[in-house]
Design a protein around this ligand. Structure first.
Ligand code: GLC
Ligand code: MG
Length: 534
């Protein structure tokens, strides 16, 4: 097994919120450089940076006005080159965020495109005539609420935007646009980046007839606007796989690079993004742990179904949190977040860890006047507050938590004075120490990297499974509730050795056929060799 990303852990950094170096309250590349030793010591193998490119920041960098320039808020290209070099020197891979579905409305391409119907770049974006009544061409809705079409008065046509109106969608059916975008990938690959996470990759191709989406019969008021319709014609079109295969062949023309796709689709659909014979993305992000109820039976089933659905040669991956979703500790509580992290780091497949989850940063209250997410402005009632998952990393007990010299762009969590890297480093039982231990174990144990997965127990609040490789077994036993419970262990685990406990103070003195698990307990056990039957 040679591919680094099969045995490595990816760490997502939201650059605005990791480390500020120039005192403007916003994280930047020099800040990230300063924290490379921290990341290397944590034991992750790759960092993925949310977008750092030139942007008016309408959607905080997911609206790019120049794919090849670094936004001055984050630094310049020299800072980037140094960051890449220092990351590599520390043994870390560096992944960038590629946002191919849309640009900023300030991108030179869009300024040209909107300048006249005859402009050579008109067709680089998606322009349609108004409906007969003068309204939008069809019923497609923006992911951030409201119509997905905006009228350009000067040229009398509407342009499509799956997100904000400041984020016009590109037309991937246009061969010149395609070439320009693939060249962008080459630009960064030539610099030596190790791959990309591709933003909303399932959106790239839309129905060429622009048919209306059907209404969603299960829509309930209070859900986001986008859920009113089923996205049958506006996303996940068959032809998207050709586009992805082209990206993949660019990636494969460089050694050992990684292509990840952001895809929110049901499992059967998700699997198609590996490509028919592996020409899709290496890793279609698997967000099921985020979407599932936090219950043993639900999780056991989704893991089994996911394992069963993987195509030949398809490598699994798991995600617990990201910059668009509630943090894991906000969802299940800080004690249970340990169990969740144990699950993430012991499942079969590449884990992605979200910055700050190693501190179990929980729910952060954002006072109304400090809300920054543009989605919240569009849809105050329906929008989940993404700001709450994007708050600054908490480094120490000094003012602004060592994140910045001045007031950060988003507030810190209420408990930052106790919950920070400095405090955690001094506590052998901290979430940070626990996460490091798990990462180290994963690094050392081929069983955790390559071993097969099989479910042992899913009963009440207990989820237990085994990873097995060449006759060796590591077992994982999780209590998904805050209440203590009992579990019957199979002989090989009953006679095994406890490697890591989520609640070390309450760990069982010794393993036995029946073990009491404290609330929020999780155990990683090395099975006794003599008890393993093949
Ligand atoms: C992706 C990003 C999200 C962004 C959206 C539009 O879902 O993760 O943060 O707002 O795409 O680019
Ligand atoms: Mg700064």
């Amino acid at each position: 097994m040679s591919k680094w990303w099969r045995h490595g852990t990816i760490y997502q950094i939201y650059p605005r919120s990791f480390q500020d170096s120039d005192g403007d309250g916003i994280g930047d590349l020099r800040g990230i450089r300063r924290r490379i030793p921290y990341l290397a010591e944590l034991g992750v193998n790759a960092i993925w940076l949310s977008p750092i490119f030139q942007s008016p920041m309408a959607d905080f960098g997911y609206d790019i006005s120049d794919y090849r320039a670094i936004d001055p808020i984050f630094g310049d290209i020299a800072d980037f080159d140094r960051l890449l070099e220092e990351a590599h020197d520390a043994g870390l891979k560096l992944l960038l965020d590629f946002v191919p579905n849309h640009t900023s409305d300030q991108h030179a391409w869009f300024l040209e495109s909107r300048s006249s119907r005859e402009n050579p770049k008109r067709d680089w974006y998606i322009w349609c005539d108004p409906a007969p009544d003068g309204g939008p061409p069809n019923n497609w809705i923006s992911n951030f609420g409201g119509p997905a079409w905006t009228l350009d008065e000067a040229t009398g046509q509407y342009y499509y935007h799956a997100f904000l109106k400041q984020q016009p969608d590109l037309n991937w059916r246009n061969p010149e646009l395609r070439r320009a975008m693939l060249d962008t990938l080459r630009f960064w690959l030539d610099k030596g980046v190790d791959g990309f996470r591709v933003d909303v990759i399932w959106h790239l191709i839309k129905d060429d007839k622009f048919r209306d989406n059907p209404p969603n019969p299960f829509y309930r008021p209070g859900q986001p606007d986008i859920d009113r319709n089923l996205q049958v014609h506006s996303a996940d079109q068959e032809e998207v796989h050709e586009v992805i295969a082209e990206m993949r062949s660019v990636i494969d023309s460089y050694p050992e690079r990684l292509l990840i796709g952001e895809i929110y689709l049901p499992v059967e659909k998700l699997m198609t993004y590996y490509g028919r014979s592996g020409e899709g993305v290496h890793l279609p992000f698997n967000f099921q742990l985020i979407q599932s109820p936090w219950q043993a039976d639900a999780l056991a089933k989704l893991i089994d179904d996911y394992e069963a659905a993987l195509p030949e040669g398809g490598w699994p991956n798991w995600v617990l949190s990201n910059h668009d979703q509630p943090r894991i500790a906000a969802r299940v509580g800080t004690a249970q977040a340990r169990v969740a992290t144990m699950l993430l780091l012991t499942l079969r497949g590449t884990p992605t860890l979200y910055y700050g989850d190693e501190l179990a940063i929980g729910k952060v209250e954002i006072p109304p006047e400090r809300i920054r997410d543009p989605w919240a402005a569009n849809e105050p009632s329906a929008a989940f507050l993404r700001d709450s998952s994007r708050t600054p990393m908490q480094w120490d007990g000094s003012e602004h938590a060592g994140f910045s010299q001045s007031e950060p762009w988003l507030p810190l969590s209420g408990d930052w004075q106790q919950r920070n890297v400095d405090a955690a480093a001094a506590d052998p039982d901290s979430m940070l120490a626990f996460t490091r231990k798990l990462l180290q174990l994963r690094q050392e144990e081929d069983i955790l990297q390559e071993g097969s997965y099989s479910l042992l127990v899913s009963r009440g609040s207990v989820l237990a499974f085994e990873r097995k490789l060449e006759g060796e077994i590591i077992g994982v036993v999780l209590n998904l509730s805050a209440e203590p419970t009992e579990v019957d262990l199979p002989p090989q685990l009953a006679a095994g050795t406890l490697l890591i406990a989520a609640q070390a103070a309450d760990a069982p003195q010794e393993l036995a056929r029946t073990v009491t698990l404290a609330g929020d307990q999780g155990l990683v056990i090395r099975a006794a060799k003599e008890e393993i039957r093949s």
